[in-house]
Design a protein around this ligand. Structure first.
Ligand SMILES: [Cu+2]
Length: 235
């Protein structure tokens, strides 16, 4: 009796684990929305933003993706993608600003539009990379509202969470990320410094070994040369 009950309990436990895993796995697609992955998030630095389009509008293939730029971003260099044509939508900048080379910029990029040469099937993924300079506003959230147009319908990835709300609760969250402070980036970099670059050459360390190897190598050469000479003489 006791054994039977224990077996039932174990089976129930296993079933529980299986179900939890299944739910977690099935939940994954919902989280795979149009997102942005910055190469760096450091305020004021250059970065490459990768926008991923992991699925269509329900079962419909994607024909166009337009990505809006935050106000603070002035110029953008989109990466070409052979499946798509790319267009930059410009707007007047009033007043004009100066770029890092002192050149006057009178227009800013408000939107980047990728149009499919052949529609992207709903079960395939593609990515778009934009190179740009991040604004000097550490701690600020940058949002890139994107509209995904499909053969049937469209999906506006433009929702922003209310204060204190988790973006995961939104059905169509806008791609966003938070700018980080340069100090954090420097600290992070210092933390991952490879040992070899920071430490002094240990006394009697690898330098000496190097010298020995060199001398031995030279000796080997000389010996080899002598042997060659000897054989030639003998011949
Ligand atoms: Cu999704």
């Amino acid at each position: 009796m006791m054994v039977l009950r224990r077996r039932r309990l174990a089976q129930a436990g296993a079933l529980g684990v299986f179900t939890a895993t299944a739910v977690a796995l099935t939940g994954a697609p919902a989280a795979a929305h149009v997102t942005v992955s910055p190469s760096v998030t450091t305020a004021g630095s250059y970065t490459v933003l990768t926008f991923g389009v992991p699925h269509g509008c329900d079962k419909s293939a994607t024909t166009k993706v337009s990505i809006k730029m935050p106000e603070q971003i002035v110029s953008v260099t989109p990466t070409v993608n052979s499946n798509w044509t790319v267009q930059k939508v410009m707007a007047e900048l009033n007043p004009p600003v100066k770029d890092s080379h002192g050149n006057e910029i009178t227009q800013r990029v408000t939107e980047v539009v990728y149009t499919a040469k052949t529609p992207l099937p709903a079960d395939l993924r593609d990515t778009f990379e934009l190179s740009l300079k991040l604004p000097d506003a550490a701690g600020e959230t940058l949002a890139f509202p994107a509209v995904q147009t499909c053969e049937q319908g469209e999906t506006p990835w433009v929702e922003m969470p209310a204060a204190g709300q988790d973006a995961d609760e939104l059905e169509h969250p806008a791609p966003t990320f938070v700018l980080t402070a340069k100090a954090d980036a420097d600290a992070e970099e210092a933390a991952v410094q490879p040992v070899s670059q920071t430490t002094e050459e240990p006394a009697g360390g690898t330098g000496v070994v190097g010298w020995i190897a060199l001398v031995l190598g030279a000796l080997g050469l000389v010996a080899g040369g002598l042997a060659l000479l000897r054989t030639r003489k003998a011949a």
